[in-house]
Design a protein around this ligand. Structure first.
Ligand code: FE2
Length: 282
């Protein structure tokens, strides 16, 4: 009999690391624990109220061949790029950046003190789109629809569509992403369907969940990779907040080095050479 409910196949806590100019973060996907969850290349969690953990930010650096998705929970991040685009991502806001053929940008905290927390997800692009023109999809907290599930329970729908039909604000017809920020009150059950062939994971921001028919326990700061099936059943045993992220796998070869993610080693070498000779963004 085919399993109809997504179950936890792996629980990860990630690896403490530092990126940019000394920004402290926990890398969960794109780490030695889990290199890739096709189409997701990386998932970082950052959160600190100590300025020394984030003040260095991410000074100018390149990207080619994929998309970066920044979702802020607290604090503000300013971004600027080589094409003259700039903006500030505020709490609850999301930036879905398609680096495509190349971008050089910086991501710097727009604050000297206080809490800065959020997530960065890297989404791969298929071979046919790796050299596409860069673009941004930027949405503020107010622009992201929230579907109310109960008095203190809701889904903030960044990407994808819920069973009730609430449509997210991000457009991506390639991996058809789901990116939900869910809040549940104690002892509530959350049921949704997700395309069964999507890769999917849950990250618990806070609280305690029981996932699937197997009711496997998942706690704060843990990431669960889910099996392929259509139904998602999650029970919150305490008041909880979590992310549900899913996308259609690309099933293509992945060659990656630092800020470049291509299909072949030759394309990677080309990316480094283009960056060194100033042609990455032309
Ligand atoms: Fe970046």
């Amino acid at each position: 009999m085919k399993n109809k409910t997504r179950e936890i196949t792996q629980i990860l806590k990630g690896v403490r690391s530092s990126d940019g100019d000394g920004v402290q973060l926990t890398r969960i996907i794109g780490s030695s624990e889990l290199n890739l969850l096709d189409p997701f290349l990386l998932f970082d969690v950052f959160g600190s109220d100590k300025p020394q953990d984030y003040i260095g930010g991410f000074p100018p650096h390149p990207h080619r061949g994929f998309e970066t998705v920044t979702y802020m929970l607290s604090g503000k991040m300013r971004h600027e790029d080589s094409a003259g685009n700039s903006g500030i991502i505020e709490p609850g806001g999301v930036q879905w950046m398609t680096a495509g053929k190349g971008i050089i940008h910086s991501e710097m905290p727009e604050q000297q003190q206080g809490l800065l927390s959020g997530f960065q997800l890297w989404v791969n692009l298929p071979a046919s789109q790796k050299m596409t023109e860069p673009k941004y999809q930027e949405r503020t907290d107010e622009e992201v629809p929230v579907e109310q599930l109960g008095e203190n329970s809701h889904i903030k729908v960044i990407a994808g569509v819920t069973q009730e039909g609430t449509q997210g604000v991000i457009d991506n017809t390639t991996i058809l992403p789901i990116y939900w920020h869910v809040q549940l009150e104690e002892n509530t059950v959350f049921e949704q369907s997700i395309p069964s062939l999507h890769s999917a994971f849950i990250y618990v921001i806070k609280g305690q969940l029981l996932v699937g028919e197997n009711s496997k326990k998942l706690s704060t700061a843990e990431l669960a990779v889910l099996s392929n099936a259509e139904n998602l059943i999650i029970k919150a045993t305490t008041e909880s907040q979590f992310l549900v992220i899913a996308g259609k796998p690309l099933n293509e070869p992945v060659e990656r080095a630092g800020p470049f993610v291509m299909n072949t080693k030759a394309e990677l070498r080309q990316a480094f050479s283009d960056y060194e000779t100033g042609r990455l963004t032309n």
